[in-house]
Design a protein around this ligand. Structure first.
Ligand code: COA
Length: 164
């Protein structure tokens, strides 16, 4: 296993990051893990150009020892402040998502914060729990453009939680 990076930094996502972020989200194993339908290149480009001009989205590139390894984001979903993240497969299991989400939680003070993950995505649920989120329940989410039908775990970071 590759050792954990010495340094993790967040910075705003830039247009120049999009080709690498596209490659990360197109990885078949990551798609299976996250239980999403991948975006094709045009849809991905449209989505991110909208994201980058939306002042309500906090989109951060994750830089591990100088290398772009993924993104971590806070955004409104159905009126709720929500977080999400994606790490390039070659960098999985190095503690990056946990550290990147912890950094985002220092930058974004809004609480409560919500998150969802496929119930089978134990790695993602573990990332969230390590950062202080707690499971509030599970629902069956119907199939839609973005997701296949799947059992979804809902988590929240409570107002009283303080970043460590
Ligand atoms: C889920 C994901 C973000 C985890 O990122 P990561 O940087 O590998 O996570 P970390 O290294 O911080 O590991 C967090 C925990 O998950 C565990 N973990 C990592 N990969 C795992 C895997 N494939 N299966 C089970 N557990 C795993 C780690 O052991 C760690 O647990 P620990 O704290 O008990 O040691 C990453 O696998 C990913 O981007 N997957 C595809 C996209 C995705 O699922 N996004 C989230 C959608 S909700």
């Amino acid at each position: 296993m590759t050792p954990p990076p010495a340094r993790i930094q967040l910075r705003p996502v830039e247009l120049a990051d999009l080709p690498a972020l596209y490659t990360h989200q197109a990885d078949p194993e990551a798609i299976r893990m996250a239980v999403v339908n991948p975006r094709d290149p045009d849809a991905f480009d449209r989505h991110w150009r909208t994201v980058l001009t939306n002042p309500e989205v906090h989109a951060r590139a994750i830089i591990a020892d100088g290398v772009l390894v993924g993104s971590v984001n806070a955004f409104k979903l159905e009126g709720r402040d929500t977080v999400g993240y994606w790490i390039a497969r070659e960098h999985w299991n190095r503690g990056i998502a946990t550290r990147a989400l912890a950094l985002l939680l220092q930058e974004v003070p809004v609480r409560p914060l919500h998150a969802t993950a496929a119930r089978t995505n134990t790695a993602s649920i573990r990332v969230l729990e390590r950062c202080g989120f707690r499971i509030t329940g599970h629902t069956l989410s119907p199939r839609c453009d973005r997701y296949p039908e799947c059992e979804t775990t809902h988590l929240v970071l409570d107002p009283q939680h303080r970043a460590e």
